[in-house]
Design a protein around this ligand. Structure first.
Ligand code: DUC
Ligand code: ZN
Ligand code: ZN
Length: 481
């Protein structure tokens, strides 16, 4: 049994900021006591002095894609490298999505087989993790396997209103899936774009000779995301099934979310940092492929509206949609002493439809939001904790084990040096790719020590975590916030 005392820190939770000493016993927070309390004055065990430091619960990123095959390649962080990068950025729990395998006829719908295959990939986990199930086809046999997911602790399904003929379910099947989710106490996550409009615009753009990255955004219009968000909210209200809109990118989506919530729809929303900072103009740069993901970057007015929605608590969580690819996957980088190159964005040099969709971000999320959200006065430090940790723990059925600084919670903690200045970028990042979206950005405040269930896994620039130490988290029913 190991016990550690973290003294003199300023604790920041989703609701309060206060001075307290934290006693960690093995994997759990045992006690929070007022500074200089009698018990701790007599303490002879290990002490970490956090004078002048902030302490937050470990970040929870509910939206990642590790080791995901797509576009003839694979997202370049796996369940070890992505977890390690997350930890360096102060995140101690991640969730990623299990693709639903299409098995040959007679071999069942494939839900269990798909989960088993993903469990194997995640055996190298370095932080705690959990899965969502992608519902990319739906019929009675799939519906019959859904209760087994709940037993396995996977209480979330993801549906897509885009990617026709691949990932998309039509509205009728989404409606039926929502009913099944409601019966089983599950949450449905939704990727909202208008698949029919996209599939019309892409061939037209290519036929007109438009092949550059900006056409990725031009063929995936914001209004499609807006109406699809309202469509999902309408089905949520009709069925009573909670819905979580992932990666909200258009300002109008925030309007629709608020409209629906004010009318009692159990719908919640997530945005991701790139949608707060970048626009279609980034796709017009010579290296515009670095910003290609779906849904795409929008306009400054969308950045502004999304920030406003965060300030006013209209959006409940900030995930990353971490799905990195190399910018130039023909050139190796060195990761943990080994050269590695994974085909990436160069696959679409002459055709935007062939550029792998996805961005790095699992490490960047907390430090970028601290400086450019909290220090910039857009969100408070308590909102920062709510949006990046506590709300996700509640929504996804992990609270108060995760996302809290409470006696009995897992001792997942981040000790921040609020004065540390960092010129951020790829050299500072442990994400396994050759670029960073925030290259050269000046940060003030950075995670200094990160604990996973009481174990110090990041100490400054030193990695103390290990492959296989991450635990699969069985989640219960979440809350509608
Ligand atoms: N969007 C991306 O850009 N990549 C992975 C999945 C997604 O929805
Ligand atoms: Zn998506
Ligand atoms: Zn995603």
């Amino acid at each position: 049994m190991t016990t550690t005392l973290i003294k003199n820190g300023t604790l920041i939770t989703a609701s309060d900021t206060f001075q307290a000493d934290i006693l960690i016993n093995d994997e759990k927070i045992l006690e929070l006591l007022a500074p200089e309390s009698e018990v701790f004055r007599l303490w002879t065990g290990e002490v970490i002095d956090a004078t002048g430091k902030f302490i937050t619960p470990g970040g929870i990123d509910p939206h990642c894609h590790f080791d995901l095959p797509m576009f003839g390649t694979v997202s370049s962080d796996d369940h070890y490298t992505g977890h390690k990068a997350a930890a360096f950025g102060g995140t101690t729990t991640v969730m990623d999505f299990v693709p639903l395998a299409h098995l040959p006829a007679g071999e069942g719908p494939g839900v269990r087989a798909s989960v088993d295959a993903w469990m194997e990939k995640a055996a190298k986990a370095a932080i705690d993790y959990s899965f969502h199930m992608n519902l990319t086809h739906f019929d009675d046999s799939v519906a019959a396997e859904i209760p087994a997911l709940v037993e396995m602790g996977m209480t979330t399904l993801k549906v897509f209103t885009a990617y026709n003929g691949r990932l998309r379910l039509d509205d009728g099947n989404i409606f039926k899936a929502l009913r099944v989710a409601k019966e089983n106490g599950m949450l449905v996550m939704a990727h909202c774009e208008n698949g029919d409009v996209i599939e019309t615009l892409i061939p037209e753009a290519l036929a007109a000779g438009h092949t550059t990255p900006e056409w990725h955004a031009r063929t995936r219009p914001a209004w499609g995301a807006v109406e699809s968000t309202l469509r999902m909210a309408a089905m949520s209200k009709e069925t009573g099934a909670p819905v979580y809109i992932v990666h909200m990118n258009a300002g109008g989506e925030a309007d629709m979310l608020t409209y629906a919530r004010q009318r009692g729809a159990p719908v919640m929303g997530e945005t991701c940092p790139p949608y707060l900072f970048f626009t279609i103009e980034h796709l017009q740069r010579p290296d515009g492929a670095k910003w290609i993901c779906s849904p795409p970057m929008r306009a400054v007015a969308d950045n502004v509206r999304l920030w406003d929605a965060l300030t006013h608590n209209e959006i409940q969580a900030i995930g990353t949609d971490h799905c990195p690819f190399f910018f130039d996957g023909t050139q190796p980088i060195v990761y943990e002493g080994q050269e590695i190159a994974i085909p990436g964005k160069e696959l679409g040099r002459d055709d935007f439809t062939k550029i792998p969709n996805g961005l790095p971000g699992v490490q960047d999320r907390l430090p970028i939001l601290w400086t450019y959200g909290v220090r910039a006065g857009k969100i408070t430090a308590n909102q920062f904790v709510a949006l990046t940790s506590t709300n996700a723990a509640k929504i996804f059925g992990l609270y108060p084990r995760k996302g809290a600084l409470l006696p009995g919670s897992d001792a997942d903690l981040v000790i921040w040096d609020p004065e540390k200045k960092v010129k951020y970028g790829v050299a500072h990042s442990h994400q396994r790719t050759d670029y960073n979206l925030y290259e050269g950005w000046e940060l003030v405040g950075y995670p200094e020590k990160v604990f996973l269930r009481g174990k110090l896994i990041v100490d400054g620039e030193t990695w103390l975590g290990r492959r296989g130490d991450g635990q699969f988290l069985k989640r219960g029913q979440g809350e509608v916030l």
